[in-house]
Design a protein. Structure first.
Length: 129
C-alpha cells in the first residue's frame, strides 16, 4: 500500500497510489490505485510541507497557519479527536499545530516536532563539536 505526494510550485498538492483508507486526500476511499488525484485542502492556506512515514496510511500537510491530516485514523494517528478515517485533509486539533516543524507517521502512531533541530551551542556547550 504505497502512496506518493507532490507539492507543486504553486503550493497545490497532488497524489497517486493506494487510497484504501482515503490517504490520498481527494475525498474518496476507492481501493483501486490512482494514477493522479488532486488533494482537497479545506482552506486557501498554502501548503509548504507534506509528511508521512514508512508503512503509514496517513499523511500530513503542513501549511502556514494550520496542519491537516488524512487517511488511516483507527488509533487516533491524525490527532483530530476521534478514530474516523478521513478521506479529505482535516485540521489537526493541537493548538500548536501551526508551529510544527516536522511530522512522521507509521501504521500505528505519529510523532511531531514543533521546533527545528538546530542546537544552540551557547545553551549546550558540551554538545558543540
Amino acid at each position: 500500500m504505497i502512496s506518493s505526494y507532490f507539492l507543486f510550485d504553486n503550493r497545490h498538492v497532488g497524489a497517486c497510489g493506494s487510497n484504501v483508507v482515503g490517504q490520498l486526500g481527494d475525498g474518496s476511499n476507492n481501493a483501486a490505485d490512482k494514477v493522479y488525484a488532486a488533494v482537497n485542502i479545506p482552506s486557501s492556506d498554502s501548503i509548504y510541507q507534506i509528511n508521512s512515514g514508512p508503512s503509514s496510511q496517513s499523511v500530513f500537510f503542513i501549511a502556514l497557519r494550520d496542519t491537516y491530516g488524512a487517511g488511516l485514523n483507527n488509533q487516533y494517528q491524525l490527532g483530530i479527536g476521534n478514530t474516523e478515517n478521513r478521506w479529505t485533509p482535516t485540521r489537526v486539533l493541537d493548538k500548536g499545530a501551526q508551529d510544527l516543524y516536522e511530522i512522521s507517521s507509521s501504521s500505528s502512531h505519529t510523532t511531531a516536532s514543533n521546533c527545528d533541530t538546530n542546537i544552540d551551542p551557547e545553551l549546550f556547550p558540551t554538545l558543540s563539536p
